[in-house]
Write a protein that binds this ligand. Structure first.
Ligand code: SF4
Ligand code: SF4
Ligand code: SF4
Length: 322
């Protein structure tokens, strides 16, 4: 290939790349029709960490060992053997529950089961998958090549790699519905919702949980409300309590295209450590552009043209045209 041929090929490729650059990002995906999820109400959480322990039990994960002692419920962050943690917000004297000033509050961290999951979008081999019926996002070790793209594609920093394991895999909450667990498929609720004594973690369909969240946000502070616990579809008990002053925000209704795990709180979510996210998911933008590029084979074409030119030039006895 002569230089002018290469330039022609490259120009053609560049034109296609430009087409790709102007490609329309796809729209955000909508929640799955039968999506299941959880509602975490920070104002109900008492920090007991029963959910942390139950999560370890359900997933067969080892307890945290500190100074030779088992610290079964004391993991401070997500890791290769902890899929759910309770974090604390504190301000000033930290004396008043759910007060932004001089108060404290609890926040649950586990996979949000995004409607437009970044981890799925960046995984090159479909080891991360979103169930189109339930919306649950699961990890499949048999397909994983260990690239760890998912750990950077997740806006919540959820997927964790087992660095201390020579055959390390990714670990994340799979809503208790991975091979060998399958609580949801068997009609059970998630382990963390089952043991939560206050209903701070509530299981149900995303639709019903969203309605429940909005009912709570509409309560007047001090108004008595009957809070269910367990599975919102079949709560086996509930308790009455005066409503707090909720922030008028259901986290996960819109953030980055929405999540199946929803949070409500009396503390602004940025103070609870949630990331700044717009409504558009990174997955919808990146996938739209990538798919356009690859549909025109722009990247392979340019790469092939360039490589061909270099190889030909380096192997041409006459040195080729310069
Ligand atoms: S079990 Fe419920 S109340 Fe206890 S820490 Fe977990 S979410 Fe909070
Ligand atoms: S929170 Fe992270 S790991 Fe969970 S579905 Fe969303 S992008 Fe994936
Ligand atoms: S849904 Fe299951 S895996 Fe996820 S945090 Fe709750 S108990 Fe753990």
């Amino acid at each position: 290939m002569k230089r002018r041929d290469f330039l022609k090929a490259a120009a053609g490729g560049a034109a296609v790349l430009c087409t790709g650059g102007a490609a329309q990002a796809r729209e955000n995906l909508q929640p799955a029709p039968q999506a299941v999820g959880m509602l975490f109400d920070s104002t109900l959480c008492v920090g007991c960490k029963a959910c942390v322990s139950k999560c370890k039990e359900v997933n067969g994960m080892p307890p945290v060992i500190r100074d030779g002692q088992v610290q079964f419920d004391s993991a401070s962050d997500l890791s290769g053997d902890t899929l759910n943690v309770i974090k604390i917000y504190k301000d000033g004297t930290a004396k008043v529950k759910d007060s932004e000033v001089d108060g404290f509050a609890f926040e649950k961290r586990s996979c949000m089961h995004c409607v437009n999951p970044g981890c799925v979008s960046v995984c090159p081999v479909t080891a991360m998958r979103r169930d189109p019926a339930t919306g649950i996002v699961t990890y499949h070790a048999d397909a994983c090549i260990g690239c760890r793209n998912c750990t950077v594609g997740c806006p919540y920093n959820v997927p964790q790699f087992e660095y201390d394991n020579p055959f390390g895999q990714i670990q994340k909450c799979q809503m208790c519905n991975q091979a060998g667990v399958e609580r949801i498929d068997n009609g059970q609720m998630t382990g963390c919702a089952e043991v939560c004594p206050t209903g701070a973690t509530l299981f149900g369909t995303r639709e019903a949980l969203m309605e429940e969240a909005k009912r709570r946000l509409a309560l007047k502070p001090g108004e008595i409300y009957n809070y269910p616990r367990g599975d919102l579809g079949k709560p086996y008990n509930s308790h009455e309590k005066a409503a707090p002053e909720y922030k008028q925000h259901v986290w996960g209704e819109k953030e980055a295209g929405g999540t199946n795990v929803l949070h409500i709180s009396s503390i602004p979510f940025d103070k609870l450590g949630m990331p700044p996210l717009g409504e558009r998911s990174a997955a919808s933008i990146a996938e739209g552009v990538q798919h356009t590029l690859y549909s025109y084979l722009a990247l392979p074409a340019v790469a092939l043209a360039g490589l061909t030119y270099v190889v030909r030039r380096n192997t041409d006895d006459d040195g080729g045209e310069s």
